[in-house]
Design a protein around this ligand. Sequence first.
Ligand code: CTP
Ligand code: MG
Length: 385
Amino acid sequence: MSIWAVVVAAGRGERAALGKNKVLHTIGGVTVLGRCLRALHKSALLDGVVLVLAAQDADAYQSLCAKEGRSSLVKRIVHGGLTRQESVLHGLRALPEDAEIVAIHDAARPFVTADILRRSIELARATGSGVACTDVVDTIKQMEADGRVTTLDRSRLRAAQTPQTFRTAEILQAYARAEAEGWKATDDADLYERRFGRITLFTAPDSPGNVKLTTKEDFMRLEGNPFRIGSGFDTHRLVEDRPLVLCGVTVPSALGLDGHSDADVAVHALMDAILGALGEGDIGRHFPDSDAEYRGISSMLLLARVMRLAAERGFQVVNADVTIVAQKPKLAPYIERMRLNLAEALGVPPDCANVKATTTERMGYEGRGEGISAQACVLLTKGRG
Ligand code: CTP
Ligand code: MG
């Protein structure tokens, strides 16, 4: 006597519109299907899995196994059908004879927990069926044919999930009857209920998390934290015969900053902060000073390139804060222009770009007027849409 699962993964994922079967899409480095199989394996409740796959996904499944490891729980793989119902039937027919209980599970629900699976198995053993459900949080309106709208009693509604677990012999009978009578259903419980006139539903503490990934938005919500933080630091030597450019503003000064580009130390720190937030190294890697293209170039132009890189990765700036450490000249008269320059370059409102200047009370290299340093930090967010 053994407990098996039929995992259906043979859909097209049309509503998710990811350009491939959604269960082969990767979230945080692991595919939805891979996560689902891991969750089932971790539960240690199953003797085997029949995996139902579309023929065209066979290669993708092999490369998934190569990258993520082959699940030893998957004992059989069968081809899916045109509908979920057909795919489940193919899976059920591939079960071994001693599979007393079968948990039918959508690969598109990778967050199933051991507790949910255990409850569904226990109920199937005791009553014939155990169907995972969740309470309904929205008020549901039913549109009648004559245009009237009925509001359903939310406290009596349940949204069916998977696993839907059954005594194997009984669910096979239900599927056979469905085939004979032409019943169509979007879940297994419907067919079982029609055949046997009873069904056992349950909700568990984990039920709200056992979501089915259906739309693009479902996937976007899972794409990790949308915020990235970065910090930057730079320092340049003060020399004669060079302009002093800070945040794109030329500040009147006897000495200017030495460097390959215009040596705008504040913008360099800011670019490093953005690249840091993107996990993209530093400006030395992107704009090497061995490259003649960058000789004397305005750092504001380089900042625009860094912003393009951020945009290509789908990120935008939330806010940035820059501190310039200089003993002299006095920067206060120029700070507001610097701030507006940065706000424009970063595409943020003026209050989301901040520039401040400080001295070091004549201590250290900045205090002795040998150089100017700058620090920056920035918060990026992944733009939606
Ligand atoms: N499924 C299947 N065979 C089908 C259709 C669906 O095995 N012919 C599987 C899906 O892979 C999924 C589960 O059934 O794990 C639930 O279906 P659904 O969420 O509708 O997934 P898709 O059919 O892939 O998505 P869509 O309806 O948006 O195309
Ligand atoms: Mg579907």
